[in-house]
Design a binder for this molecule. Structure first.
Ligand SMILES: Cc1cc2nc3c(=O)[nH]c(=O)nc-3n(C[C@H](O)[C@H](O)[C@H](O)COP(=O)(O)OP(=O)(O)OC[C@H]3O[C@@H](n4cnc5c(N)ncnc54)[C@H](O)[C@@H]3O)c2cc1C
Length: 359
């Protein structure tokens, strides 16, 4: 069956915009991508993120659709990562080694609570996805965490190095002859992109501007998140580890070169100023409580950004003839983006209805 080829403009070259531009360009559509900032040095939430693809971990706080879309994304990621690697030669360190939940002995009920909550939401489906580890199996999996007597292993979860993925996607866009406009702020209307100097017409415009589309998406807000990147050769982790604690949550995502991304705060504020002393202390002391050798870790970088979130923290895919808006990926961009790309691909090949879809 022959497919229609469209002239499509995408506004916002964050995670959603880049991934969508790449996938649609591989289908032969003529894509133009507009970014208000630099393409080589992205500044959206995508650049700050930890890159976890963790449907089960997120299900604890989130409704079922986030989990379901996340599980769909887990089908796409390995295929797309391989295709990206073949096209660009870039290794984006996609890793599906599961993630590990731990708690200090006095907080053990946190693990139980997590386990019960997931079982309650997923029923028997959860059985083969969450596995209790005793001290011995924990020691085999993560030798440096051997002083914890228990853990919960979430086998399906994955992560990706976003600092490698974003440039790899840019290089794929160049190879696919996507027309790139950087330092060009865009406004979107059906079939039209408006920039400072001109208005251009397209068959379809897709708005993926994250918080840049704040006034077009009812109730869109930013939720401040802070992360730190530390380096130590003394503690080796092989997968994302989450420390469950009644007061704060910590994750540690190991990266190449003995680096670990630790995070993240979640503060109802659109303040983009540097990380606070309190957040630095809380993240550091939580990390230190996992292993004393973290005391000598070096802080390489602190990152702050705001996650684009809707009032119910669910993503929105809103269509009208000539215009699709995708937003509200909140803390789930890497978890949801492939599944949302697949929804957009479907919409492009269907007659567009005036529906607002909360996935
Ligand atoms: C601290 C932190 C940790 C996170 N960790 C994870 C994680 O582990 N896993 C996960 O799944 N998600 C995580 N996220 C969430 C994830 O980063 C976001 O959900 C995702 O980046 C949203 O993608 P987006 O493309 O919609 O928006 P963004 O990534 O913010 O991109 C929007 C782009 O649009 C551009 N833009 C804005 N206005 C205009 C305009 N007028 N014209 C043209 N371009 C414009 C911006 O410059 C930007 O490049 C985290 C986020 C934060 C802040």
């Amino acid at each position: 069956m022959t497919q229609n080829i469209f002239k499509i403009a995408i506004a916002g070259a964050g995670l959603m915009g880049r991934l969508l531009a790449w996938r649609l360009s591989t289908k032969g559509h003529h894509i133009s991508l507009f970014e208000s900032g630099s393409l080589e040095k992205p500044t959206g939430a995508c650049h700050t993120a930890a890159g976890m693809i963790a449907p089960l971990s997120e299900l604890f706080h989130c409704p079922l659709p986030i989990y379901q879309l996340g599980m769909q994304s887990l089908q796409y990621w390995p295929l797309w990562v391989e295709e990206l690697q073949q096209l660009t030669g870039s290794d984006v360190n996609y890793r599906q080694a599961g993630s590990l939940l731990i708690a200090h002995p006095q907080d053990r009920t946190e693990l139980q609570q997590f386990h019960q909550e997931i079982k309650g939401k997923l029923g028997h489906q959860s059985t083969d996805q969450q596995q209790w580890l005793d001290n011995n199996s924990l020691k085999n999996m993560e030798p440096d965490l051997q002083h914890f007597d228990q853990g919960l292993f979430l086998s399906s979860e994955a992560d990706i190095d976003n600092r490698k993925l974003l440039p790899a996607l840019l290089s794929a866009l160049k190879k696919n002859n996507v027309t790139l406009w950087e330092n060009t702020a865009a406004e979107c209307s059906p079939g039209k992109i408006h920039t400072e100097n001109q208005t251009q017409s397209y068959d379809l415009v897709i708005d993926t501007r994250g918080l840049g589309a704040k006034y077009q998406i009812h109730g869109l807000r930013g939720v401040r998140g802070e992360v730190m990147v530390v380096e130590t050769p003394e503690v080796k982790l092989h997968r994302p580890v989450r420390l469950l604690h009644p007061r704060y949550q910590l994750y540690a995502v190991p990266r190449a070169n003995n680096q670990i991304v630790i995070g993240a705060t979640e503060i109802e504020s659109e303040d983009m100023s540097p990380i606070s002393l309190r957040s630095t202390m809380e993240l550091s002391s939580a990390l230190y409580s996992i292993h004393p050798a973290f005391a000598e870790a070096r802080i390489l970088e602190t990152r702050v950004n705001c996650r684009p979130a809707t009032m119910d923290n669910l993503p929105v895919v809103k269509s009208e003839p000539g215009l699709i808006r995708i937003n509200g990926l909140f803390r789930h961009g890497y978890l949801l983006a492939p599944a949302l790309v697949a929804q957009v691909e479907q919409k492009i090949h269907q007659p567009i209805s005036n529906t607002e879809q909360v996935s």
